[in-house]
Write a protein that binds this ligand. Structure first.
Ligand code: FDA
Length: 300
């Protein structure tokens, strides 16, 4: 029920527009690195100093105007330049809808090409985040096109989809982030029960660790992390073949702890004015995150 409420709120375009005007509010400032690139570079530098690398996401949703998609592209190109100039240990995560997938496929593909090409000159990786089911196949199609020319691009496998195992096998030679899946999907396409999703998540991670190129294990679930720690030990999987990932601001102790233990760790660092949908999806995943909201509001 609560999950549905927050997923519904995340798609509300009026609230989304209003949130852009008022800056980071409602506790979002603890899970969004900043509204501009300067603040974000500072956060990345701090994380790098703790031995943590970053994947940087210029937040944005509901892009239906070409001018907005171009603005997003320019901002991402600027982020790539700033990461390079500041010699930061960071790469980019992006969403195809922000770059025009809902406007025109070729327009979106060309925007992505420009980004991937620029990053490729700096040997920087670009991750195509995965969105809801309606954007899944077009996002894979874009990846197919890009990978004909570039090798610095990869994507995400969402374990709640029935097709996830097949996609994983098809894309095993890519650097892949494996997640449980954040959107509300129907039983026609996705597992609905938490236990089924968790079981598939672990199965896919293990398969990719044994057979794939590089695995980003993206979860805040300490039970999954502990199982994977035992698995990599048992199978002597070298640390260079995988990393753990978590979102900025969540379970910081666990993030710093894993990095200290010597695991590769990468924090997903979202930034920008368009924080609202992202923040609502985090509340949908874990209503306890409302505690963050309460503490921020009370501290005002
Ligand atoms: P989940 O929410 O299932 O919680 C499992 C258990 O972990 C909880 O019961 C609790 O014990 C513990 N736990 C979780 N969060 C906690 C917290 N904050 N504090 C204390 N304990 C906590 N999704 C998508 O569809 N497309 C994408 O591209 C991405 N990308 C992405 C990148 C990164 C870096 C991450 C971490 C996640 C994503 N996701 C995503 C989101 C992902 O699909 C998923 O919705 C969330 O990670 C929530 O699932 P978890 O596995 O983290 O734990």
């Amino acid at each position: 029920m609560i999950k549905d409420l927050f997923i519904g709120l995340s798609k509300n375009q009026l609230l989304n527009q209003a949130a852009k005007k008022y800056g980071l509010r409602l506790g979002a400032q603890s899970v969004v690195a900043g509204t501009n690139l300067e603040e974000t570079m500072k956060s990345i530098k701090e994380l790098n100093s703790l031995g943590i690398s970053c994947t940087v996401d210029n937040l944005g949703e509901f892009v239906f105007e070409r001018s907005e998609a171009i603005k997003a592209k320019e901002q991402i190109l600027k982020a790539i330049d700033m990461i390079h100039t500041n010699q930061l240990d960071a790469h980019i995560s992006l969403k195809a809808t922000q770059l025009g997938l809902d406007i025109d496929y070729d327009f979106c593909l060309n925007n992505l090409k420009e980004i991937v090409e620029k990053a490729s000159n700096y040997h920087m990786f670009i991750n195509i985040d995965m969105e809801d089911q309606s954007h899944l196949q077009p996002s894979f199609d874009i990846l197919d096109e890009l990978s004909k020319e570039f090798d610095n691009v990869g994507t995400v496998i969402q374990a709640y989809f029935y097709r996830a195992e097949e996609d994983l096998q098809k894309y095993k030679n890519f650097r892949l982030r494996i997640v449980k899946g954040a959107y509300k999907e129907s039983g026609e396409h996705a597992f609905q029960e938490k236990q089924e999703i968790d079981a598939n998540f672990i199965k896919l991670i293990k398969w990719h660790l044994l057979n794939g190129k590089f695995t980003s294990i993206a979860t805040h679930d300490h039970r999954v992390i502990n199982q994977i720690k035992s698995f990599v030990k048992e199978h002597k999987i070298p640390k260079e073949k995988f990393e753990f990932q978590m979102l900025y601001g969540f379970r910081k102790e666990l993030q710093f702890g894993l990095a200290k233990e010597g695991y590769n760790f990468c924090t997903y660092v979202p930034f920008g004015e368009d924080w609202y949908g992202y923040f609502m999806r985090r509340l949908a995943e874990r209503p306890q995150n409302l505690k963050l909201v309460a503490s921020q509001v009370l501290n005002k």
